[in-house]
Write a protein that binds this ligand. Structure first.
Ligand SMILES: O=C(O)/C=C/c1cccc(O)c1
Length: 516
C-alpha cells in the first residue's frame, strides 16, 4: 500500500481525475492503463493485500496484450505456462473434440492460451502499481456512499476499516471494479440481469510435485452424472472442478476418500497423500450482465458489470478488456479530445462482446451437464462439430473473440469482412519489433507503403503513430483481406476505421493529450 492517499479529492480540494474502486485485476489494470495515458488515479480496496485464494486460471493472447500495455507481460511470462488447448471428453474420457492452442505467437505476439495462479498475477500487478507514481493505492477502506450527477464531479464517502474515519472525496470519474457483489453497482442503482444459468460446482485446487500424467490442456468431461473440468495451472498446481448434483453437498465430496475417487481418473496410482489441497470450496457458476454500465460519471467494469461461468476461461479477461476499452476514451475525454458522450460507447461496444462470450460459456456448460443418456448420444454427434464456433476456431491472424460490431464512435455500419471493430494483429514489423511495441499507448495509422510527408506530419501532430508496412507483410495481407489500404487503430488495438482515404482516417483520431 502507498504510504498515504493524496489530499486532493477531498471535498475541500480539487476533484481527483479518476477514483477506481476495487484493486483486483480489473481495477489495478484500469489504474495502470490510465497512468500510461498520463492520468492519475486513486485506487481503493477493502483489503490491504492480495486475496490469497486462486480463482481465474486462464487468459488468452488478446488479454495478454493488455498486460503488455501495463508493462506486466515479462513478469507474467515468468509465472504462466502456455496451455495446450481444450478437450471435450465423453464420460469415459474419450476425446469428443480437441481445440489446440498455439504456443507460438503469430497473431497477437503471445501464446494463445495461458495458465496461471491468480494471486501470483495480482502480486505482480501490485508490484507495477508500487512502481507507478500516478497510481495511489489505499487499502482497508470501503466506499459507503456515492452521489453521482450527470455533469458534476462524483462525491464518494469512504470509511477506513481500522479507524472508522470517514472521508468524502470528489472525482471526475469513478470506475466500479469491485467484483460480483459490487457496492458501486448497488449505490448507483444498476441491476445484474440474470442470463438464466446457475450451477453448483466444487472447485478443488491442489499443489503437488507428484507427476500427473495427463494432456497439458483443459479437459472438460461432458457427463450429466458428474461433469468435471481438469487443468494444469502451474509447475506444481492443478485445478479440478466437479458439478454438484442437486442432492449433494460440498462437504460430503470434500472428504479425502471422496476427493480421491473424483481425481483418480487423472492421478491413477499416485497416493492421495502426495496432494496438498489448497482450496476445496463450492461455487455457484452464474451468468449475468448489468443493465447499465454507466450511471452519470460512474462506470462498472469486470464482475461488477458481468458474470460468466468459467467453461471457456474468459471471465477475468473480460474485466481487463473492459479496462482497455474504457481507459483510452476516458483519457481522451479528460484531455478534451472527445466529448463525454463518447463514453457511452463503452457499454455499446463491450456489452454485446461479453454477452456473446457468456452465452458461449453457458452453451458449453449445458453441453457438459444436460440431457442424460440422450444427451450423451447427441454430444457424440454434435460436439465434434463445435469447431466452427468462435473462440474454438483459431486461424492465423484471427481474434479469439468476436469483433466489436456496434459503436457510437463509428458512423457507418460495418460490413462482416471489414476491419472496424476487430483487433489489429500484434504483427512483427520490418525492424523486428511488433506492432504493440512501436505504438505504445497511441493511435496508429497502418498503411501499405510510407505516408506522404504532409500526411506523416499531420499524423504526428495528432499523436498518431504511422506504421507503414509492405504489401506482402503480415499487416499488408491483413489490410488486403479487409479490402482496405489503411486502418486507424485505437490504443486498445481495435480498428476504429479503415479505408483508402488517409486524411479522412486521420481526422477520425481524437486527441489523447491535453488540448491547450
Ligand atoms: O479455450 C481454451 O484454450 C481454454 C479454456 C478454458 C480455460 C480455463 C478454464 C476453462 O474451463 C476453459
Amino acid at each position: 500500500m502507498s504510504p498515504a492517499a493524496p489530499p486532493v479529492g477531498r471535498t475541500d480540494g480539487p476533484p481527483l481525475p479518476v477514483v477506481v474502486v476495487g484493486a483486483g485485476p480489473t481495477g489495478v489494470t484500469a489504474a495502470l492503463l490510465l497512468a500510461g495515458y498520463g492520468i492519475p488515479s486513486l485506487l481503493l480496496d477493502r483489503w490491504t493485500g492480495v486475496y490469497p485464494l486462486p480463482r481465474a486460471v486462464h487468459l488468452d493472447d488478446e488479454v495478454y496484450r493488455i498486460l503488455q500495455q501495463v508493462g506486466a507481460h515479462r513478469a507474467f511470462a515468468g509465472i504462466s505456462r502456455p496451455g495446450a488447448g481444450l478437450r471435450l471428453l465423453a464420460p469415459d474420457h474419450r476425446v469428443l473434440a480437441e481445440f489446440r492452442r498455439d504456443a507460438t505467437v503469430e497473431a497477437h505476439g503471445h501464446p494463445q492460451a495461458n495458465m496461471f495462479d491468480q494471486p501470483e498475477l495480482e502480486t505482480l500487478l501490485r508490484r507495477r502499481v508500487a512502481e507507478e507514481p500516478l497510481v495511489t493505492l489505499r487499502g482497508g477502506v470501503e466506499v459507503t456512499g456515492l452521489d453521482a450527477t450527470d455533469d458534476g464531479p462524483v462525491r464518494l464517502r469512504v470509511t477506513d476499516w481500522d479507524s472508522g474515519e470517514r472521508t468524502t472525496l470528489t472525482a471526475r470519474y469513478v470506475l466500479g471494479c469491485d467484483g460480483a457483489n459490487s457496492t458501486v453497482r448497488d449505490l448507483v442503482g444498476a441491476r445484474l440481469r440474470d442470463l438464466g444459468f446457475a450451477q453448483r460446482w466444487l472447485v478443488v485446487d491442489v499443489d503437488t510435485d507428484a507427476p500427473v500424467d495427463a494432456w497439458e490442456g483443459v479437459h472438460q468431461v461432458c457427463d450429466p452424472h458428474r461433469a468435471a473440468t481438469y487443468m494444469r495451472v502451474g509447475p506444481r498446481r492443478y485445478r479440478w472442478e466437479f458439478r454438484l448434483l442437486p442432492d449433494e453437498t460440498a462437504a460430503e465430496l470434500s472428504v479425502p476418500s471422496a476427493l480421491h475417487r473424483l481425481i483418480r481418473p487423472w492421478t491413477g496410482d499416485v497416493p492421495f497423500e502426495a496432494f496438498t489441497v489448497t482450496r476445496c470450496a463450492e461455487y455457484t457458476f452464474r451468468a449475468g450482465v448489468a443493465d447499465r454500465w454507466r450511471v452519470g460519471r460512474v462506470f462498472l467494469l469486470g464482475d461488477a458489470a458481468h458474470l460468466t461461468p468459467p467453461f471457456i476461461g474468459q471471465g477475468m479477461g473480460a474485466g481487463l478488456r473492459d479496462a482497455a476499452n474504457l481507459t483510452w476514451k476516458l483519457a481522451a475525454v479528460l484531455a478534451g479530445g472527445l466529448p463525454d458522450s463518447a463514453l457511452d460507447s463503452y457499454q455499446t461496444e463491450r456489452g454485446p462482446h461479453v454477452t456473446s462470450l457468456i452465452r458461449l460459456a453457458t452453451v458449453i456448460g449445458r453441453a457438459m451437464t444436460e440431457g442424460g443418456e440422450v444427451g450423451n448420444v447427441l454430444r457424440r454427434l454434435v460436439v465434434p462439430r463445435l469447431g466452427s464456433l468462435l473462440v474454438f476456431r483459431r486461424k492465423a491472424l484471427d481474434s479469439a473473440t468476436p469483433a466489436l460490431r456496434r459503436s457510437v464512435l463509428r458512423q457507418r455500419r460495418t460490413v462482416p469482412w471489414g476491419l472496424p471493430g476487430r483487433l489489429c494483429p500484434n504483427a512483427p514489423l520490418a525492424d523486428g519489433r511488433r506492432f504493440d511495441d512501436l505504438v505504445g499507448t497511441s493511435f496508429a495509422l497502418v498503411t501499405v507503403g510510407p505516408l506522404a510527408s504532409g500526411a506523416e506530419r499531420a499524423a504526428r501532430l495528432r499523436g498518431v503513430v504511422p506504421v507503414s508496412v509492405a504489401a506482402g507483410s503480415v499487416l499488408g495481407r491483413w489490410l488486403a483481406r479487409g479490402r482496405a489500404g489503411a486502418a486507424l487503430v485505437r490504443p486498445d488495438r481495435t480498428v476504429l476505421a479503415a479505408g483508402h482515404d488517409v486524411s479522412a482516417l486521420l481526422a477520425a483520431a481524437p486527441t489523447l493529450t491535453p488540448v491547450s
